[in-house]
Design a protein around this ligand. Structure first.
Ligand SMILES: N[C@@H](CC(=O)c1ccccc1NC=O)C(=O)O
Length: 256
């Protein structure tokens, strides 16, 4: 069964019954991906008087409290509120649409003289130039870094100086009209950069020309079975009134 999606004068088709989930699960414990020194996700059974919120422990229902750190525990989406003091800079206000035409590309980071692994503009440009038509502009870009090992699902990134983006990449994506950037890294910026967050600032054009609707989604995982190309992206988040939320990006292959 195919559905259609109109975009920039084209009518694309996709199969709603074949979603490709590129989120990582938010399970408790130490086996989950982790970054920025976040505590692991934790679920506590709620106990009130004789009530116990665990069916396994004899309760009538499961009723648990969740402890999680959106930026540190798994796939999450953030808005400019990540780097702004404005109380209104919350993701629930910034992200008002949930379907986007997205391009998935794979890029090999380069190791710089200082040892940092960085995704460079020249490599992103080269990938985007492939199969690009001049009139077509996707709204979202999904960056899969190479190598794409399964260890990304459970990597403990804290203190490892993970791969990040050359800030010029963020400037370029803005110029290309990309509103939503998704990547399989903990951050677009260096883990420790003295608070500069250059790529974040560049992508949101904050504070000089803030792109209020733009989002960055980090810690995705795109399995090798998903080929580079064009997708319909369904970007789902919680309604937390916060700069960021756990998120569930799901792709549908688009056919012309
Ligand atoms: N690099 C920043 C820290 C940072 O980027 C950060 C800190 C905590 C949680 C998330 C962060 N960045 C995520 O994109 C710094 O050194 O101040």
């Amino acid at each position: 069964m195919l559905a259609t999606y109109p975009y920039q004068g084209h009518t694309y088709s996709f199969d709603p019954s074949t979603p490709l989930d590129i989120s990582l699960p938010l399970a408790p414990g130490e086996q989950q991906v982790n970054c920025f020194w976040a505590e692991p996700v934790q679920f506590d059974v709620i106990r009130v008087g004789s009530f116990v919120g665990s069916v396994a422990e004899g309760g009538s229902t499961n009723y648990k409290r969740v402890h999680l750190t959106p930026h540190g525990n798994g796939t999450h989406t953030e808005c400019y509120g990540h780097i702004s003091p404005a109380p209104e800079a919350t993701l629930d206000r910034c992200l008002r649409r949930f379907l986007f035409v997205a391009r998935l590309v794979s890029v090999q980071p380069r190791v710089l003289a200082n040892g940092d692994a960085v995704v460079l503009l020249e490599d992103v440009r080269q990938e985007l130039a492939k199969n690009q038509t001049e009139t077509f502009c996707p709204e979202a870009l999904i960056l899969r870094t190479l190598p794409n090992d399964d260890a990304k699902r459970s990597r403990q990134y804290s203190g490892t100086n993970p791969t990040y983006l050359e800030p010029a990449v963020a400037h370029y994506l803005v110029a290309q009209g990309i509103e939503h950037l998704l990547l399989d890294l903990p951050s677009v910026d260096r883990e420790e950069d003295g608070g500069e967050l250059l790529a974040h600032h560049a992508f949101w054009q904050y504070p000089y020309a803030t792109r209020h609707a733009a989002t960055i989604t980090e810690l995705i995982f795109v399995p090798d079975t998903v080929a580079d190309g064009l997708y319909l992206l369904n970007l789902q988040v919680t309604s937390l009134v916060l700069d960021a939320s756990p998120s569930k990006p799901v792709l549908y292959a688009l056919q012309p």
